[in-house]
Design a protein around this ligand. Structure first.
Ligand SMILES: Nc1ncnc2c1ncn2[C@@H]1O[C@H](COP(=O)(O)OP(=O)(O)O)[C@@H](O)[C@H]1O
Ligand SMILES: [Mg+2]
Length: 497
């Protein structure tokens, strides 16, 4: 038998066949455009492997679009293939609103049944999106009241120390806010809310009135021992009001008889969307405050309520424009990145640049680079690209390759990203484009379902706030209010009510 040794001629006539499609596990979410082999895909998370993710790229590089597409596909997978009680849940915190709004449209188009289990929180909307948000009734997750008071005082101090509200609060003012919050946490009055801290500073007998309602001797003594000049008291009160009750709807939310409950918001198959992109008056620090409070509540609940290892279904907490949250709550983000896997909780952090993240918290940046299973990186400024290649890629790939990638990162077109998984070699790809027209149409044809989502947490108007000065001091007090959100568990009846 004659053997044809002329391989070159054979190859010339028969160009090499494309590689066969790679078989992905059925529960992987493909995020790359068609035609890329192997496709870029994200595994469904499990306690076996950490699936946290970081997505970087300057504004307009289509990070939000890439992640939005991945969430709609992943939610569609859960609703088509997973039993209701085992479905993954999503908490999506968006400091810009485009991901939040896009998700409603994407679900309406591709997984309309998921809208029934979707909650929408927007502390800045006039009616749709408002929710009971009385931090006194929030799940403490085992944190002692004085510590909770301190955490929130710290966030108030940060929020009122930047931007429109200007001038940082001093140490003594923070002490005062923490003492007021602690006293309110230790109150039994059914109408109490943290906004009472501003009320207490608004009149000469306010602090005494609050102290008389407080059941903790220690909290009362601390509060009464702080002696600050009247102008400091007044300016501190203004700061508290500007963050907690700047306008009527927020004041009513903060004084509601209950608080949203992350047990419900992260139950299997639930999609919870927090839209923080349009703070009243454009005050970004308000978005920062409320975003940080909500992210901390969510993560602390998930870490405290799940055993390690757990057999509960996965939860993904995604934060878009996460540089807004990175500096104030880096401790809790690090904790979930480092210890979330065995509790089946993972985070996705989406951020405009590497330097913003490192400057917000070096420790968080380090932790992300060592613990994230997936990294997406779109177009970056040249200094961000250099930092990314040195810190994120540097150890795993040769310097020359890192430099070449840095050069490419600076000029990536919108929608293209580098992807790296663990220590693997980074690959460049184009994100799968969502069918934005179909999504837009679905958001019109399912407008009723979407409106129901926006009103789900608060179907009735909230009662107006009760102020500290409306409340008789001492144990005679007000009757408990009858308004209870059907979806938040009833708070234990107060001892005084
Ligand atoms: N396939 C596409 N074709 C055209 N425009 C798109 C496409 N995908 C996204 N966009 C638009 O590009 C803009 C930037 O995308 P976005 O995901 O918001 O970027 P980033 O989050 O990185 O700032 C948005 O207005 C988005 O609607
Ligand atoms: Mg974005």
């Amino acid at each position: 038998m004659a053997i044809d040794f002329d391989f070159s001629r054979r190859h010339h006539h028969h160009p090499p066949a494309p590689p066969p499609p790679v078989a992905l596990p059925a529960d992987s979410t493909v995020v790359s455009a068609r035609g890329l082999e192997p496709p870029v895909s994200l595994r469904r998370p499990s306690t076996q492997s950490s699936e946290s993710l970081i997505c970087l790229g300057r504004s307009g590089s289509r990070k939000s679009t890439l992640m939005l597409q991945s969430y709609v596909r992943a939610i569609a997978y859960e609703y088509r293939h997973v039993a209701p009680g085992r479905r993954r849940s999503f908490a999506i915190i968006d400091f810009k609103d485009d991901l939040a709004e896009g998700l409603l449209a994407g679900l309406a188009a591709e997984v309309p049944q998921a809208l029934e289990n979707t909650y929408f929180l927007n502390p800045f909307s006039r009616n749709a999106g408002i929710f009971p948000y009385n931090l006194v009734h929030a799940d403490a997750c085992g944190t002692p009241n004085d510590m909770r008071a301190r955490q929130i005082a710290h966030l108030v101090g940060r929020a009122s120390g930047t931007g429109v509200l200007a001038v940082a609060l001093g140490g003594r003012q923070l002490e005062l806010i923490a003492a007021l919050f602690h006293a309110i946490f230790e109150c039994d009055h059914p109408s109490r809310s943290l906004a009472w801290a501003a009320d207490a500073l608004a009149s000469s007998d306010g602090i005494g009135r609050l102290a008389s309602l407080c059941r903790s001797e220690r909290a009362r003594r601390t509060l009464l021992s702080l002696r600050l000049p009247p102008d400091v008291l007044a300016s501190t009160g203004t700061r508290i009001r500007s963050v907690l009750s700047a306008y009527q709807d927020l004041e009513n939310m903060m004084s509601a008889p209950t608080c949203v409950n992350w047990r419900n918001l992260t139950s299997p198959g639930t999609v919870t969307i927090c839209a923080l992109g349009k703070p009243i008056g454009g005050a970004l620090e308000l978005a920062e405050f409320h975003g940080n409070v909500l992210v901390r509540q969510c993560i602390e609940f998930l870490l405290a309520s799940r055993t390690s290892p757990t057999n509960q279904p996965p939860v993904t907490v995604a934060i878009d424009e996460c540089q807004m949250a990175a500096s104030a709550i880096h401790d809790c983000l690090r904790r979930v990145i480092e210890t979330g896997r065995s509790r089946n909780v993972q985070v996705h952090l989406i951020c405009q640049g590497t330097r913003a993240l490192r400057d917000a918290s070096g420790a968080l940046f380090e932790s992300l680079l060592t613990n994230c299973a997936y990294t997406f990186c779109g177009r970056l400024s040249s200094s961000d690209a250099t930092l990314f290649c040195r810190e994120a890629l540097g150890p795993s790939i040769p310097a020359a390759a890192a430099n070449r990638i840095a050069g490419e990162l600076i000029s990536l077109p919108p929608g293209e990203f580098f992807f790296s998984e663990g220590d693997g070699k980074p690959r460049r790809f184009r994100g799968a484009p969502p069918d934005l027209n179909a999504w837009r149409q679905a958001s019109v044809s399912r407008a009723g379902d979407i409106a129901a989502v926006r009103r789900r947490l608060c179907p009735q108007p909230l009662p107006p706030a009760t102020h500290l000065w409306d409340v008789a001091s001492g144990p005679s007090a007000m009757p408990p209010t009858s308004w209870v959100d059907p979806r938040t568990p009833r708070q234990p009846r107060s001892r005084l009510g």
